[in-house]
Design a protein around this ligand. Structure first.
Ligand code: KG4
Ligand code: ZN
Length: 337
């Protein structure tokens, strides 16, 4: 029997709603709060207020595009964290009210776990184990995924996330937020060999990341040009910086894949939209690896990935989830086999 799932994501500055029929996305509507760019980063209070203004319309649109009847929805899901607390509360409470009003079950979903599975949206089955690199504005984590509910952290960031390093570097160069897409664009006209920015290593765990050193080194590099009244070679800095970040991400992920003897790698999250990063990982296919990325529209935050992961959880762990009481809403019409 087909399940109809309604999903909401509001963990940061995207308000998004999606409808899925099993693993298939029927609609995925996203609105981004571009006004934050003038502040150089997200202002949490403004973000939650904008979610309140947007959420009703975005949900209506997602249902309209999907052409379903809302009374047919049996599972409602929303991001429960991590994220900005005010922003999360807007989507989470809206979704719970929606579930109660439509007699649907409700399931809160972990944002980062949903990024892990976003590479497989549309697939009914997933091959395990795989190494997952989730690389976004808030997180840079290597996971070993051995099952739908068996996910281990292999390496994490000790300081800045990779996307955050892109955003902060862009700010130092006087570029707009978010920094990743603009740095990627300018890097195309720059020389990646122009300067070797340092690649930090964390002594306690070879799989952990540190990006604050690269960021500080970009700062001093720019300052030297300014002090000497020389024009800042923005394109070359973008290309060299991007190269340094991608090499670190690549090296540590491959190290993890060797350690766990696992030749399936998924790279997801906002930074996985980067084509240089994709090209670098795709070269591993010649060595017998299977490499997965999300479709570009599912790289940055979106409700489709929340709905898909909720579906996977329901499909593979439905009974356990029900027994554990995680599925909320006493009036739900949701049926278990
Ligand atoms: O997954 P996401 O939407 O939000 C978080 O959960 O954090 O990721 C946003 C991050 C931002 O830091 C942005 O600069 C980065 O993804 N990003 C990119 C690219 N597109 C977005 N970084 C590098 N290259 C890109 N093309
Ligand atoms: Zn995210």
């Amino acid at each position: 029997m087909a399940n109809l799932i309604f999903a909401i994501e509001t963990s940061c500055d995207e308000t998004s709603a999606a409808v899925l029929e099993n693993s298939q996305v029927l609609s995925n509507v996203i609105t981004s709060q571009y006004f934050h760019s003038k502040y150089g980063g997200i202002v949490p209070e403004l973000a939650s207020r904008a979610h309140i203004e947007n959420i009703y319309e975005i949900c209506e649109k997602a249902i309209e595009i999907s052409k379903i009847n809302r009374s047919e929805i049996t599972l409602v899901t929303a991001t429960k964290g991590p994220g900005l607390i005010g922003s999360l509360l807007v989507g989470y409470n809206f979704a719970k009210s929606f579930a109660i009003a439509n007699k649907a079950a409700f399931l809160g979903i972990d944002h980062i776990e949903s990024h892990i599975f976003s590479s497989f949206i549309g697939q009914e089955e997933i091959e395990f184990p795989f190494i997952s690199l989730v690389v976004s504005g808030g997180h840079t984590i290597i996971f070993l995924a051995e099952g739908y509910n068996k996910i281990k952290v292999v390496g994490n960031t000790a300081d800045d996330a990779a996307g955050e390093a892109f955003d902060k570097t862009a700010k130092m160069l006087g570029l707009e937020y978010p920094g990743g897409p603009i740095i990627e664009k300018l890097a195309k006209q720059g020389n990646a060999e122009f300067h070797k920015f340092p690649k930090s290593n964390i002594k306690t765990n070879p799989f952990d990341f540190s990006f604050s050193g690269i960021k500080t080194s970009v700062y001093y590099f720019i300052r030297d040009f300014e002090r000497n009244n020389k024009q800042i070679p923005i394109n070359d800095i973008c290309a060299s910086f991007q190269r340094a970040i991608i090499e670190v991400l690549f090296e540590k992920t491959v190290l993890a894949s060797r350690k766990f003897n696992c030749k399936i790698i998924s790279v997801s999250g906002g930074v996985s939209a980067n084509n240089e990063l994709r090209n670098k990982f795709s070269k591993l296919i010649d060595e017998g690896y299977k490499i997965y990325f999300p479709e570009k529209k599912y790289t940055t935050d979106n409700a489709a990935m929340i709905g898909y992961y909720a579906y996977l959880k329901y499909k593979h762990m439905g009974k356990d989830i029900a027994d554990s009481g995680i599925l909320e809403n006493a009036y739900a019409r949701f049926q278990y086999n």
